[in-house]
Design a protein around this ligand. Sequence first.
Ligand code: MSP
Length: 522
Amino acid sequence: MERIYFTTPIYYVNAEPHLGHTYTTVVADTLKRYYNSIGYETFFLTGTDEHGDKIAQAAEASGTDPKSYVDRISNLFRTTWDNCGIAYDHFIRTTDNYHKEFVQKILQKIYDAGDIYFGEYGGFYCYGCERFYTEKELVDGKCPDHQTVPDYISEKNYFFRMSKYQQPLIETIWSKPDLIRPERYRTEVLAFLREPLEDLCISRPTSRLQWGIPLPFDANYVTYVWFDALLNYVSALEYRGGDSVQSFWPKAQHLIAKDILKPHAIYWPTMLMAAGLPLYDHLNVHGYWVMDSAKMSKSLGNVVRPLEMKERFKGMDPFRYFLLREMAFGQDAKFSDQALVMRINADLANNLGNFVSRVLAMQEKYFAGAVQPIGANWAAEDSQLRGKFAQAEDELTGHMAELQFHRALEAIWSALDHANRYIVQTAPYTLIKDPGKQARVGEVLHHLLEVIRTLSRLLAPFLPDTARELRGMLALPQGQEALFAPWGQGFQPGHKINGPKILFPRLEALPDPLEVKINNES
Ligand code: MSP
């Protein structure tokens, strides 16, 4: 069986899980479910990044020791993903012993090979970014990201000979045009690589930071957090055991947002080269979710929390649908409550939900729920309906390979629109009044039940709970087999379906939190 490996970034434990984290995690989950459905063996890794200055400071600010602090927030991530129904296979923590040992093993290997050396470094250090800035990079003497004045620090440290791998990296990127995708991020990386690559400072003295993995060759230093974090993608596979590293690692599909492009496109492949490991298969980079009116922040009260969304929409699927339908993978997307509610009402409540309840209600009313036979000769509109879904599935296959989830969903909805037109065209609610047309009504409804059965299969990676509910309403077994029967052979005549249920209640948009704040102030 072919294997494929999906990873999300391991999230910093200095913030609670929000919209941005949820998006990447939902994308990985959707891909895993999709590849499972087409016969791959998959492995899906997520987890938390728990070392470094940022975390040590967050722990201090919360008045606890680092270990209890990271235990608490890491657990919050894990339980959030569990409650959201995310089907990850392993949750890694960089404080796990096997991970620490793996990082030390790789550090020692690169050190022994002569690609780590001791040197002196001076620069402007931003604690928020956990990196040194050159004077040129500062804006008005401040960190461009955090708007804080960095400390000038000069100290002896260990360096990774990243510069040595600049040329091999450029050649690799040229030889595999979709290694980094979409294209715009590849272009960005190649532009960056036109300047000489500096060596990477990979240690912090314990006099300044203890919260890290000690260097195996010098106990006075701990590892730089990115060197530690990136290795999670392989340490988790080694921990899984067997031939996981050999078989899954070259099939790795990393999913990240553009904020961490440089570590993943430059540090990571050069580290892999130095460690003698093959490269990942693809680095898949998406854009940012931006709030309509302002940046998401706790003080503005507009942090989007996945479990609150689940509670509000009575399940995760509506929120998943919005995330996957609204963002074109690779580009930024706007988030607003208005847009969220409009999408869910229009596509899920009024379209999909309505379609399903209409069909099931007719089936129940006209035939007491019993599926009627389909004759050998199909009407042209019946074949067209089946053809439209076959076309949607073909299109979906292409879009999934390109990570264009919004287009994949568009293709399904375009077939659904066709099915709605088919109801109007065949008008079973009028035909049923003619006693000579009962058999035709039975056929039409049978085709419409095939639509719901096909939807249940096509939607499963995106909307897993809805797919399960659809199968329940059709009284089909939950396994895959019932879904893969050819059109027209999914139901035995006489099979009794269950009645309709409301799949997606219609919703009202919440007032914009910023407006609430302004109104409260006035
Ligand atoms: N710990 C590092 C990653 C190490 S991976 C070896 C880190 N953590 S993070 O908590 O800051 O997570 C960043 C990631 O969260 C982004 O790359 C993206 O996956 C997700 N997002 C956080 N905010 C986001 C948006 N506003 N929009 C989209 N995704 C974003 O960086």
